[in-house]
Design a protein around this ligand. Structure first.
Ligand code: NAD
Length: 496
């Protein structure tokens, strides 16, 4: 019998109102049924929003450092449960254990950071233009926040949103991706164990078009924080615009890494392999293009292909495995379609991979061979479109300026990197690359909880997760004037 999981609404675990469920399976072994989850309805979302709305008043009035105490306890419980959470996450979505441990660690760091920020929700205190008058500004919570998340970082991304939302005094309705409902459930159980009051955090499982849309369409939801594909992000933005709703969008990427002739090639190789094939290439920050300066092109390409061919595929619970499966059969099919586009439409040269990985335990899940195309030209579809799988395009450039131009020439702008020993090249890259994140001599992937995270162009709509910046999204400014002159002083009329 598969374990049966539930929604969490108003402090109670409950089924979908119509009793419908969906299955969650292990992508490394599709016969391993993890459990069934509620396929929620619009009525379930409505109940969750009502609960969050009712809980808002007392939660917003709780002193922020007291809210921070709960978040600190959340972090402590996550530390205790780290290995369990990592293993369940690997089973649920496939990435290898060292990466799922990192995903949980990001959540832990975010919890402790958020706990600290509850003592630093700074406003401003600035001189007035009038005598005997104080001018202040302070942060206020927004109300009910809708949180919609993807499956590739099933712990880190929800914590990036939920913890700062709570720290600022908001209540939450959380809809996780239907490929990773288990990790989301564990996160909410931890919040419950840490003492979050009823109704402050509500979990509603189910499909994006029903649960997600119902959250976006409800005027009682003050803000939507969404991470996912640019396609879905745009539809959310359009729907939410009707209510002038605040929306944070963290969307797709087509990240590139430049290797200059003077680079440390061994270091660059490690970074490209990690960036392109870590999480099976299913990261918004994945290195999906590598731009090689001509002097090292042939040598580095050979190093890359040899390294990609030596990666071990398998179940991520095996510590010796480098690359896990794609998250689903549909995702693997989509990756393979891009291989066919690379071969037939783009006419690039397939150096390795290019097909599902088969044989032995690989037949049990959705594995795909690490794939490298060389001879890729700017503008080809595999060079422009987000593939979200283990496929790397190699492009040649003569100069730094050409390499940066190729890097910038996509609709996305999330992460980027350059390998060079020349400080001048590094500084030009920092200045001219159009991306939210620039790494010097490191992989395109990886984020620190206390730094802003997000991208430019179609990667988002200008907000940032992480760091101090996300607190701007989850709070509203209130301006306060305190006049103790005993007279009606008129700003802008009789001041000068
Ligand atoms: P997705 O857009 O398919 O789904 C994301 C979430 O949105 C899921 O919970 C899904 O159920 C929900 N959803 C789907 N349709 C919806 C709708 N019409 N209304 C409301 N919600 C809806 O993305 P995915 O496949 O889960 O994740 C992969 C994508 O996420 C990639 O494009 C990747 O680049 C992006 N991503 C971006 C970042 C970032 O920070 N920029 C981080 C991770 C992933």
């Amino acid at each position: 019998m598969a374990e049966k999981f539930q929604n969490f609404i108003n402090g109670e675990w409950c089924d979908a109102s119509n009793g419908a469920t969906f299955e969650n399976r292990n992508p490394a072994n599709w016969s391993d049924l993890i459990g069934t989850f509620p396929k929620s309805t619009v009525e379930d979302v409505d109940r969750a929003i009502t609960a969050a709305q009712n809980a808002f008043n007392s939660w917003r009035l709780m002193p922020a450092p007291a809210r921070g105490e709960i978040l600190r306890r959340v972090g402590e419980i996550m530390v205790q449960k780290k290995e369990f959470l990592a293993r369940e996450m690997t089973r649920e979505m496939g990435k290898v254990l060292k990466e799922t441990r990192g995903d949980v660690q990001e959540g832990i760091d975010t919890a402790f950071y958020a706990a600290g920020e509850t003592r630093r929700l700074f406003g401003h205190n600035t001189p007035s233009e009038l005598p005997n008058k104080y001018n202040l500004s302070m942060r206020q919570p927004l109300g009910v926040c809708g949180i919609i998340t993807p499956w590739n970082f099933p712990m880190a991304i929800p914590t990036w949103k939920i913890f700062p939302a709570l720290a600022c005094g908001n209540t939450v309705v959380f809809k996780p991706a239907s490929d990773t409902p288990r990790t989301a459930t564990e996160l909410v159980k931890i919040l419950q164990e840490a003492g979050i009051p009823k109704g402050v955090v509500n979990l509603v499982h189910g499909g994006g078009s029903v649960v997600g849309n119902a959250m976006v369409d409800d005027p009682r939801v003050a803000a939507i924080s969404f991470t996912g594909s640019s396609l879905v992000g745009k539809t959310i933005n359009e729907r939410a615009a009707k209510y002038l709703k605040r929306v944070s969008l963290e969307l797709g990427g087509k990240n590139a890494l430049i290797v200059m002739n003077d680079a440390d090639l061994d270091l660059a190789l490690e970074a490209v392999i990690w960036g392109a094939f870590g999480t099976t290439g299913q990261r918004c920050t994945a290195t999906s293009r590598v731009i090689l300066q001509s002097g090292i092109h042939d040598k580095f390409l050979k190093m890359l292909v040899d390294a990609a061919n030596s990666l071990k595929l398998g179940n991520g619970l095996d510590e010796s495995v480098d690359v896990g499966p794609c998250v689903s059969e549909a995702q693997r099919n989509s990756v393979h379609e891009y291989t066919l586009i690379g071969l037939n439409e783009d006419k690039a040269k397939l150096e390795c991979g290019g097909e599902p990985a088969k044989g032995g335990e690989l037949d049990l899940g959705w594995f795909y061979k690490p794939t490298i195309f060389s001879g890729v030209k700017p503008g080809m579809r595999i060079e422009q479109e987000e593939i979200f799988g283990p496929v790397l395009s190699v492009i040649q450039a003569e100069t730094l300026e050409e390499a940066i131009h190729i890097l910038n020439d996509t609709v996305y702008g999330l992460s980027s990197s350059i390998f060079t020993k020349d400080v001048n090249s590094a500084m030009v890259a920092i200045r001219d690359i159009q991306a939210g994140i620039v790494y010097i001599n490191s992989a395109t992937i990886g984020a620190e909880a206390h730094m802003p995270f997000g991208g430019v162009k179609e990667t988002g709509n200008g907000h940032r997760e992480g760091g101090w910046t996300v607190y701007d999204f989850f709070s509203e400014w209130k301006t306060i004037y305190i006049d103790f002159s005993g007279q009606l002083q008129k700003a802008q009329i009789d001041n000068y």
